[in-house]
Design a protein. Sequence first.
Lengths: 517, 294
Amino acid sequence: MQLGEGGCRAGSAKITMEHDDTSKERLDSLARAKWAELGGSAEGLKPAERLRIPSQPMPSQPADVRCKNMSEVALGYTETMARLEAARCLQCPAQPCVSGCPVELPIRDFVKAIAQGDFGGAIGLIKEKSLLPSVCGRVCPQEVQCQSQCTVGKALKDVGKAVAIGRLERFVADLERSSGKVEVPAVAASTGKRVAIVGSGPASLTCASDVRRAGHDVTVFEAFHKFGGVMVYGIPEFRLPKAIVESEVDTLRRMGVKFRSNMLIGRSYTVHSLLETEGYSAVFLGTGAGLPHFMGIEGENLVGVFSANEYLTRASLMRAYERGRAATLIAEARRVAVLGGGNVAMDAARTALRLGAEEVYLVYRRTEAEMPARREEVEHAREEGVQFHLLRNAKRVLGNERGQVIGLECLKYELGEPDASGRRSPVPIQGSEYVLDVDAVIVAIGNGSNPLLQQTTPGLEFNKRGNIIADERGATSIPGVFAGGDIVLGAATVILAMGQGRRAAAAINEYLGNCEC
Amino acid sequence: MSAKEQVDYKILHHEALSENVFMLRVYAPEVCRFRRPGQFVLVSVDNDYGERIPLTIADADEKEGSITLIFQRVGLTTTLLSELAVGDSLASVLGPLGQPTKIEKLGKVVCVGGGIGVAPMRPIAKAFKEAGNEVICILGARNRDLIILEDKIRSFADQVIICTDDGSAGRKALVTEPLKELCEAEDKPNLVVAIGPTIMMKFCSEAVRPTGVPIIVSLNTIMVDGTGMCGGCRVNVGGQTKFVCVDGPEFDGLQVDWDGMMSRMKAYSGQERKMLENHQCNLEKAAAELEARK
């Protein structure tokens, strides 16, 4: 969908030739030529030959086009591109990539299946271990997980040239979904035992699936009117289309998982009442890290200062980008400062561009190397024209007499001596203040945990940061109550949350097998 | 619990209390079951393109499994709500939300309700009465037609004082006048609860400040999720940032940064007006088309 005319600066930024034509057609024709050169098969190639196959870039919308629409940026591989990319894999006996994956996907084997053109076999292998491959293929930080371990990347001395495992995962998952023949996992005979899952983000959905497969009766409680948690309220459409999340939720529905929207556990049913009076034998808490941190600086409550959660929820879940149609409004900001260097900061900055901001500044206290965001998101943000103010930090927000933001005073930093951990931490340069002329400030410096469960669940133990204390299998201080995802980890990633949901599900299934409930 | 994904939040009763004030009774059995005085809900009229707005729970009927919502038609969503009819359904009702009022026996409690603030004030006042307090209610409005729920308040309150701006009912005064008199009297109240327009709550707080009587106010800020996730509702209370949805909605009126809150509440007023004008424009177009077809 076309958005209003923004001031997207893409095109004026320095864009390398490699990015000039990222159309699917062109990249596919290059791949086809190479594939033909290889004789239409990757069988029997020597490692040196595999290393010579060029790494396949992701087809994507050109920066100057995509920053004016909400559609997905990355367009996905074609069959030939996928097989060619998979042919780069050396099939290492030690499978270092697998140890880099939080859910231990059989990466080497599914990549081999793709190289052979057995896409159905590949997705089957993935789904034995992962519930949400279309999601993970898009949002996992592969460059610090599986791909960081890849021998190909190491041999070519560039993690960016590792086998593109995430793109391959996405390719086979999308192929299955678009075929309309998504296989619904088998469910064991009913045990008659009921399990409540609180929250519907990645940890909860994974847990729901595994507990349901064991034959238990599963109900997912969600406070919002739509299911998917951060995958629907936080991650924007241009990075993770909502239809994908909806189809994953549908698969769970077809497995017989029940869903309840508009249910905030703690204010209606409580964890204790679910167990004691509502007939549930176990509860999984996957409520996420849902309390935005602010900087604690002057002017933070001015009109025009938003948490990234608010900005992205308005834009994504409430579809405020469809101005004139959506009843939920979003600031009509022309010049926006985003504070932070994570994926959420990138999402907010890129959303602001798409909503018509002329200038978007990303203010981050450290250097680009320390940014926790995925590499691809940082690159995409830069290509689209987000301006990085690195080694800078917000000092105060300036407002006018009507309480509206008119500027952001920043302080410059420099890297100091290495600390005990060997990291050079940023130290402020006294007197280096300067003012960014902005009319909106989006704070994306992380999330704490929502206090509601803590307030309403006596006996449930939390740490000082407000995260639930759980063992490695998700068991909490209350028997029958398990937890996982960001409410335990603090703000982390979709894949780590899924891993926790999976381990907790195993623990719940074992608990229900042994208990007299 | 029913097996349905979402309750059908059916409208069981719809009534105009005055030109711009409406009362809805909505089927929402779990909200009805768990709600306590002082709590609110977030409602939406469309799950794809709707907006989530906070409304306080004015009453509940346990037999029917319903809650009563009273609202003033001011923006797009309240206009759309006012246009619904019995048998229509709301898209979403999330609640109860917020911390319930701390009800205890204190002695004498004065409850001030301004405009539609009388609606959320009533269950709180009633609960204080049931806890054994002497309860005095002050109801304020611009004129007689805008005084709501007077009979219901009279049915339990020990004393009811009506104030109107034009003197068409009760005293021609702002609610702060009788409030000040009560708080300056020898037999001063142990607590004041004030709910109404922000400016009224601000002046009630200022009126009682010199008297030393504690005052609780119930804030109604802009919200998106209502569960503590967005921070859009944040307000400075006693020098600290608080979230109205999870820390409130009730706060010590003497500690609230009223001016900051009022400017935040106007954040979207320009855009809102445009949306509303569009909606009215479309309605007029539709009406004109109907007329033309005839």
